[in-house]
Design a protein around this ligand. Structure first.
Ligand code: VG1
Ligand code: CO
Length: 545
């Protein structure tokens, strides 16, 4: 084979963020933008020649075209074999599992996760390493440096690969195996949870559940696992057809964007007992009860506290990790269990080392992310199946399980206020201003709140000792309350400032208060300390999660 060597100009903006490179589709469709990034990944992989790579995506607009390009580039770069999800489909957790199961060198995942899709939406590329997890910072930095100097890329002659039919074909000399995107993952889930028990629950006449795939990648997974294997009714599975533009909706499972599901679960009459949704690429989860929302930070804590109820975790869990802005609810559980709770920067890549070295079994993030050591990505359906298994064992409602948890451990009132699409200059000014005020804050009293500690979070990986700086401004008060500020690394337009607010309440008589009201003192202070109004002229956040 004679690969074509194409001359190209480097781009200076291909720095992967919290979870891969995300840009609007227009960027990725522009001349050589995708090609350059893929070649930059390939140039950074020592053992690429002859290796096996996994390829697939969340099915969004440009997924199929991108797959054709990447296959031709893989063949030209000497890749030994590609395992491709049929039709170009692989959820992020399924891709992670397949990389591990078939001992691939890594995988290229085409997704912009919860960002909207379509010709005017976003696209994204992630590289995952052989443990199945997102590339660590050392590698993403190397890819970025390579992309800034790239002058050529390799691609095989144009030809259309048949990506929809199961089986193997060859592209030049490279075999491409088109695999069922669902089966391996569904088997893995069946090996973790008690499907028999969940089937009984689902079949019970007084139990109704519903799941919203939001026209994103989890649709086929839900149909197989929740529908075929667990017996959930067709009508209980909503929006299971993956669409290139997600039906024009925002595939983000939260109370604002998952409107259809929320309307069902908050109906005044006959609401199901259990509701769940996942995001564009299937790694997030939202859990709802009848007229009840489970905060994702609480979800992690509750799963950890109840781990022994699940077949795979009967022996108990080794440790927990949560991203720094995630509420400290999991810490209370770890304390009681006598295990360690690690605090890592935002993004799943920081959990990989802890999982690989058996330091932790569960990990999670406030942004609707939860997962365990079965793969190296967060896993939406895993968390949903966990909850179903728990409901089946406990024979109790979602709300009761959460309330009993608060009664035992206390409640961490929690909310995130986002200021989206700020001019980058304003966002940087806010962060600079906060950084410069850190030294003076400790010891300062603001009404009932006294600052105990204020810093810019630095993480030292306990396994490889790599250092990650500037991972968020933390203001910690002596009653355990916290205000955290950080800039999003997944947005594609301007800058998004996230403010995370948390207040702990041990008193069970105060577990039924309004969240925003309970946090109001912290909210006001967070706006004042960061000079939000002066710098942005904004009175309100654009989103409250
Ligand atoms: C957001 C979340 C973070 C998550 C990341 C990727 O990042 O806050 O917790 O790991 O998205 O998730 P950021 O930098 O915008 O805050 V996904 O499901 O979008 O791949
Ligand atoms: Co996602």
């Amino acid at each position: 084979m004679n690969p074509l060597i194409k001359k190209t100009q480097p781009f200076n903006d291909q720095k992967p963020g919290t979870s891969g490179l995300r840009k609007s589709v227009k960027y990725f469709k522009a001349d050589n933008y995708l090609q350059n990034f893929i070649q930059s990944i390939f140039n950074c992989l020592d053992k690429l020649e002859g290796s096996t790579l996994v390829l697939g995506g969340d099915g969004r607009y440009f997924n199929r075209e991108a797959i054709q390009i990447i296959l031709r580039m893989a063949a030209a770069n000497g890749v030994g074999k590609v395992l491709l999800g049929q039709g170009g489909i692989l959820s992020t957790p399924a891709a992670s599992h397949i990389i591990r199961k078939y001992e691939a060198l890594g995988g290229i995942l085409l997704t912009a996760s919860h960002n909207p899709g379509g010709p005017d939406g976003d696209f994204g590329v992630k590289f995952n390493i052989s443990n199945g997890g997102p590339a660590p910072e050392k590698l993403t930095n190397a890819i970025f440096e390579t992309s800034r100097q790239l002058s050529e890329y390799k691609i095989a002659e144009a030809q259309v690969s048949p990506i929809d039919k199961l089986g193997t074909f060859t592209l030049e000399e490279m075999p491409v195996e088109v695999i069922d995107p669902v089966k391996d993952y569904a088997d893995l889930m069946e090996s973790i949870f008690d499907f028999e028990k969940i089937r009984e629950l689902v079949a019970a006449p007084d139990f109704n559940a519903c799941f919203d795939a939001m026209n994103a990648v989890t649709g086929p997974y839900a149909e197989e696992i929740l529908g075929k294997r667990l017996g959930m009714d067709k009508h209980a599975l909503m929006n299971t057809q993956p669409l290139m533009n997600f039906g024009g909706k925002h595939p983000d499972p939260n109370l604002t964007t998952a409107r259809q599901l929320v309307a069902k679960m908050y109906a005044p009459k006959d609401a199901p007992q259990f509701g769940a949704a996942s995001d564009g690429d299937g790694d997030r989860h939202m859990i709802l009860g009848d007229y009840f929302f489970v905060n994702p930070s609480d979800s992690l804590a509750i799963l950890a506290a109840n781990a022994r109820k699940i077949p795979a975790y009967q022996e108990g869990i080794k440790g927990i990790a949560r991203s720094m802005p995630t509420s400290q609810a999991a810490d209370k559980v770890a304390e009681k269990l006598g295990i360690h709770c690690y605090e890592t920067p935002t993004g799943w890549k920081f959990f990989g080392n802890l999982l690989d070295h058996n330091e932790i079994t569960f990990c999670g993030e406030e942004s609707f992310g939860g997962g365990a050591d079965h793969i190296r990505e967060k896993d939406g359906l895993w968390a949903i199946l966990f909850w179903l298994n728990l409901l089946a064992v406990k024979q109790d409602s979602v709300e009761n399980i959460v309330r009993k948890h608060w009664a035992e451990y206390g409640r961490n009132y929690y909310s995130r206020h986002d200021y989206e699409r700020l001019p980058t200059k304003q966002a940087d000014e806010i962060m600079r201003h906060l950084q410069s005020s850190l030294a003076l804050l400790p010891g300062t009293q603001f009404d009932t709140l006294r600052v105990e500690k204020a810093d810019d979070f630095t993480y030292i990986d306990p396994i490889d000792h790599s250092i990650s700086e500037h991972q968020g401004i933390r203001i910690i008060f002596d009653n355990g309350s916290r205000i955290i500020y950080r800039l999003s690394g997944t947005g594609t337009e301007g800058a998004t400032l996230r403010i995370y607010l948390e207040r702990y309440e041990a008193d069970i008589r105060k577990h039924d208060l309004d969240i925003q009201e309970t946090l109001s003192e912290l909210i006001e202070l967070s706006v004042k300390l960061a000079k939000i109004k002066e710098i942005t002229q904004k009175d309100q956040p654009t989103a409250i999660v």
